[in-house]
Design a protein around this ligand. Sequence first.
Ligand code: GLU
Length: 158
Amino acid sequence: MCGIVGYTGFRQAQPILLEGLKRLEYRGYDSSGIAIQSNGHLQVRKKAGRISVLESTISAEALQGTCGISHTRWATHGAPNDLNAHPHVDASGRIALIHNGIIENYQALRTYLEHRGVEFKSETDTEVLVQLIGHFYNDDIEAAVRAALRDVRGTYGL
Ligand code: GLU
């Protein structure tokens, strides 16, 4: 089992997102990660191992911003390592995604996107979904997510 935390508001997001992950620790996980958006830029940090490893990675340079997401992963597709940890980001660098579940037709979708020039950074089914959302994105994130989910078979909390 894995967990998703999201925050948007007036407070700094990082401490809330990390505290949320610690509360979800009991569910079991192999890696964790966080993305915070600030001034239109995404800052992403992710690490295999315990949440304390992620925490010490970012303690030296706190991520500023009041909107973000965090994840504890239980790997199904791709080894539990830093690259395969969530969040995953699309090729444009504008969209970060966290996903619980399995995209069953990820291989066919990956091949489709690779033929259109998308370069993948991880081995996960999740990256296929964020790249597909990026493929459809035209300044309307809801429309892009809907379009992507029409092509996806599987299970997903996003
Ligand atoms: N299938 C995804 C992965 O392996 C999500 C796993 C999860 O639900 O934590 O990265």
